[in-house]
Design a protein around this ligand. Structure first.
Ligand code: GDP
Ligand code: MG
Length: 307
């Protein structure tokens, strides 16, 4: 068997578990996840190397109807990913019957030339109704035509790992023979700054409710390695600004006596210490930038490119 390598796009509605699967597959946190839809804003590459193959996985923002400029960019980015890859993995929430959102994506995919695999995720939530639920997906695919009707169906739990090894093997078998594209120990091509920004955004999402999340962006201002501060141990100092659209949101983020911002900072710092494998000092500022989501220049500056 030749070694195989190539690109796999992870496509699916928001919240089906794409980022969770990515983290499960590479065995480490490379993407942020949350119960709030649209957590993933940037395309992320995670690299999974097995003895037989190397899979470069592209986590794409969930495909959905665009509501404003940021939404359009997310859809463009997901559509762009479909054209560039060797295999597409369409992830669906298998604990719910197939819906119109899934059918919309199948429609996008069925005209392409790329092999498609479908994974019914969240198998840990499915009981006696497993077959009935799977049948709704088979029907949807068959209705989309001969080719879609033959896309292989898999079951997995991105959260707990069941079915993931078989899924990786099936995807790898559809990659072309080729050399490693990244060194075997690399798991992500995401710049460190972006990962750190995402870790902060993840804490904002988990600490606040509806009124804040979609209006938040994080900019890393400085990362300083400083050896003196922690008694000879290397400590990393991170300075970051959290951008919001309204001063009311700034108030929520800071909280009573700064409590909320401290909790967000503490949570993000703990995650960053895992990334750096050492002590981290994190300083967070909150800044109001009205309508940042509607300005192409600002989106680009924050890394949300329209490519
Ligand atoms: P994404 O928007 O597709 O990237 O979805 P996320 O990976 O952010 O996951 C959305 C939510 O679904 C999170 O709360 C996850 O913990 C949850 N989730 C993802 N995969 C599974 C799974 O296999 N089982 C269960 N029970 N929950 C899952
Ligand atoms: Mg995601």
């Amino acid at each position: 068997m030749p070694f195989r390598s190539g690109f796999v796009a992870l496509i699916g509605r928001p919240n089906v578990g794409k980022s969770t699967l990515l983290n499960q597959l590479v065995g480490q946190k490379v993407a942020i996840t949350s119960p709030v839809a649209q957590t993933t804003r940037n395309r992320l590459r995670a690299i999974l190397t097995t003895p037989e193959a190397q899979l470069v996985l592209l986590d794409t923002p969930g495909i959905h109807k665009p509501h404003h400029l940021l939404g359009e960019r997310l859809v463009q980015s997901a559509r762009g990913a479909i054209g560039e890859v060797d295999v597409v993995l369409l992830l669906v929430d298998g604990s719910q019957p197939a819906g119109r959102g899934d059918a919309f994506i199948v429609e996008l995919l069925r005209h392409g030339r790329v092999p498609v695999h479908v994974a019914l995720n969240k198998s840990d939530r499915v009981g006696a109704d497993a077959e009935d639920l799977a049948a709704t997906y088979r029907e949807m695919l068959s209705a989309a035509g001969e080719r879609a009707g033959h896309w292989p169906l898999h079951r997995c739990s991105a959260l707990h790992g069941e079915g993931c090894t078989a899924l990786v093997q099936a995807l790898a078998a559809d990659l072309p023979p080729g050399p490693m594209l990244y060194p075997a120990d690399v798991i992500s091509d995401q710049p460190e700054q972006l990962l750190l920004a995402e870790l902060i955004r993840e804490q904002v999402l988990s600490h606040t409710r509806e009124e804040v999340p979609h209006s938040v962006a994080v900019r890393i201002e400085r990362i300083v390695e400083d050896e003196e501060a922690a008694g000879g141990r290397e400590r990393t100092a991170v300075l970051a600004t959290v951008l919001v659209e309204r001063s009311s949101q700034k108030g929520i983020l800071i909280g009573k006596g700064g409590q909320m911002l401290r909790a967000i900072g503490r949570g993000a710092r703990l995650q960053m210490q895992k990334v750096f494998d050492g002590p981290v000092y994190l300083e967070l500022f909150v800044k109001v930038v009205p309508n940042w989501r509607r300005h192409p220049g600002r989106l680009a500056e924050l890394g949300y490119r329209g490519d």
